[in-house]
Design a protein around this ligand. Structure first.
Ligand code: GUN
Ligand code: FE
Length: 461
């Protein structure tokens, strides 16, 4: 099951998929086939391959294979206060909980004790690729990157930069921020110089309010020098936007500040984008930057609702983010259903505030399960700049995938027999469409029975 195109669910039944363990790539996909695995593999590689050379894995009728889930925005240290402070707006939440908890990672032993369970939990949720924020601390960030590599997840990891307007107990000088960022980049690349590098450094100014001009300028230069991805926060909350603009009064907008310093380009992931102006949307589009949509966080911190239909219509890539701990769960399944709820809420708000007009533009179309699935897979891959390598189950792509078991022990998804709409559906396509809706709205980590990254099994139950 996959969604190579937004809105199109592709289900290949009675099929088979082959992976070359040495490259971690998909070598072929078949559907409705009666061939043996040795015959299939031989046809894919163009030479006879004997069955002893092949490890075959079969799925039950309740299981399916799909691309791994991609979290385009999360904060590893913020698992330390998960579920706390959701009655506060962003800036108060940062000052009361976030900076305090993150500052404790100046002790790298805490990182060694803490990050293993965090990453294992994210992997258990079917996340094969995530964009992480660490903290400002060089050593703890290296521990985070090493932990991810040991567990075998694919990741972008960023050393958070904050040299302005930050509390004394959690800030750094401009020099330290830039020097440690470059040192972190060198360490992460140096720790794994293989072609199949799993962990890549990402340039990470926390957001405009905590970064000086010099810091932003230096980070833009580092992103250019090493051709690295970039991540930050943009237009999340009205007070934050005011704060950002007050730091750079000459800039036409918040987004223009990142742009001015070379931090808004085709390798950039901007989280939230709840309150972008028209000119900022145009700048995002022209710069080819991407949006990480974090609906749980946007609800939980009362930030607002991002109009992702509009971004998508304008050609801006959109993926999903959990934004732990602004969001209270590392589940991308939750992000899918929250994205659907956010979209419905926005449509209802427009209807109720503008008289009861019928839905007209695609902006007023509810998000379907298959579209949510796209955002969590192929859409996320695009945001991460990896859409040719990841996101769907196609030949030559890296095999980052999960096995879903809809009938797992204690599954929150009812069986097909207990779901007349699916059991008695008019066609197999319709049955799959409904089953996928149940997956998106009901499933959780109990339903993720295996997780593969680059062809390697990194989690199973
Ligand atoms: N803006 C700056 N830092 C943060 C953060 O840690 N979380 C969220 N949601 N927004 C931010
Ligand atoms: Fe965030």
């Amino acid at each position: 099951v996959d969604t190579p195109v937004m809105g199109q669910l592709r289900v290949r039944t009675n099929g088979a998929l082959g992976v070359d363990r040495s490259t971690g790539r998909i070598i072929g996909v078949a559907e409705q086939t009666e061939l043996s695995s040795a015959e299939l593999v031989s046809s894919w590689v163009g030479q006879i391959v004997h069955s002893e050379a092949i490890e075959s894995i079969s799925l039950t009728a309740d299981q399916f294979l799909m691309p791994g889930l991609i979290d385009t925005h999360t904060h590893a240290p913020q698992f330390a206060f998960l579920g706390i402070g959701h009655d506060l707006p962003l800036m108060d939440w940062l000052n009361k909980y976030t900076f305090k908890h993150e500052s404790e990672f100046k002790d790298a032993d805490l990182a060694r004790r803490f990050y293993k369970d965090v990453i294992a939990r994210i992997v258990r949720n079917g996340v094969t690729f995530a964009a992480y924020y660490g903290t400002i601390h060089l050593e703890s960030n290296r521990v985070l990157a090493q932990t991810i590599r040991q567990i075998g997840q694919r990741a972008y990891v960023g050393k958070v930069c904050m040299d302005a307007n930050s509390p004394a107990y959690y800030s750094e000088s401009t020099e330290d921020s830039l020097r440690d960022t470059e040192e972190f980049i060198r360490q992460v690349i140096g720790d794994d110089e293989t072609q199949q590098r799993l962990v890549t450094p990402i340039v990470t100014p926390r957001f405009v309010p905590t970064c000086s001009h010099e810091c932003l300028e230096g980070l833009g230069a580092l992103a250019e020098k090493y051709q690295l991805p970039i991540q930050s926060h943009l237009c999340e909350n009205p007070s934050e936007i005011e704060f950002a603009k007050s730091c750079f009064p000459d800039s036409p907008s918040y987004a223009h500040i990142y742009h001015k310093y070379g931090l808004l380009n085709s390798r950039t992931i901007m989280a939230h984008c709840v309150h972008l102006s028209d000119s900022e949307i145009a700048l995002m589009r022209e710069s080819k930057a991407s949006v990480s949509h974090c609906p749980n966080s946007n609800f939980s911190l009362g930030s607002g609702i991002a109009d992702i239909r509009r971004f998508i219509d304008e050609g801006i890539p959109v993926g999903l983010g959990t934004d732990v701990g602004g969001g209270y769960t590392p589940s991308i399944l939750d992000a899918m259903r929250m994205a659907a709820a956010a979209n419905r809420a926005l449509i209802a708000f427009r209807r109720d505030s503008g008289g009861d007009q019928p839905a007209r533009s695609s902006k007023d179309k509810p998000l379907e399960a298959a579209e949510a699935l796209f955002l969590a897979t192929q859409g996320g891959a695009r945001v991460m700049g990896m859409d040719e390598q990841l996101g769907s189950l196609d030949t030559n792509k890296l095999f980052d995938a999960i096995v879903v078991d809809m009938n797992a022990p204690n599954s929150p998804v009812p069986s097909v027999d207990a779901t007349p709409a699916v059991r008695d559906a008019d066609s197999p396509d319709e049955a799959w469409r409904l089953r996928l809706e149940q997956f998106v709205f009901l499933a959780d980590d109990r339903n993720i029975s295996r997780v593969y990254v680059g062809g390697k099994l990194i989690h199973s139950v």
